[in-house]
Unconditional design. Structure first.
Length: 141
């Protein structure tokens, strides 16, 4: 007899989850809120793109040249140019963008984040090229 009851219990279909009713008391009145506990994945409102898809052009990598006293000193003494670049840009992408846009050869790229959250790239040019010539074309000096 016990086996028959166990078999009947096992054959019952699984019922769907019912809404959970919560009572929330706020002073004089009681509010009843219903929520359905579901395991369905929500679709994002905005489709997210990977870092490689975000940058379509080399001109989107470099925002603008940085014009500060320190940057001008680096142009004169260390043959370096300073740029504010995209957050998703890597050293290789920055190097390729500077070489293509400004027609110079880059030997080294250093990246930092400043306190304002901007990403700065310090680009050292090859000895055959002068950073001061490029800076004059950009209007930095």
């Amino acid at each position: 007899m016990a086996k028959k009851k166990a078999a009947k219990v096992a054959k019952k279909p699984v019922a769907e989850k019912k809404p959970v009713v919560q009572k929330k008391s706020t002073g004089k009145h009681t509010q009843v809120q219903e929520r359905i506990a579901s395991k369905e994945k929500k679709t994002p409102l905005v489709a997210q793109a990977s870092a490689s898809e975000q940058i379509r052009d080399l001109t989107e990598i470099i925002f603008y040249p940085l014009i500060t006293e320190k940057a001008v000193g680096m142009i004169e003494k260390e043959n370096k140019l300073a740029f504010v670049v995209s957050d998703s840009a890597s050293k290789d992408k920055i190097k390729k963008a500077v070489q293509d846009v400004y027609a110079v050869k880059v030997s080294d790229v250093n990246l930092i984040r400043d306190r304002k959250g901007r990403k700065k790239a310090f680009v050292r040019l090859d000895k055959a090229f002068k950073a001061s010539d490029v800076a004059i074309k950009l209007g930095v000096i």
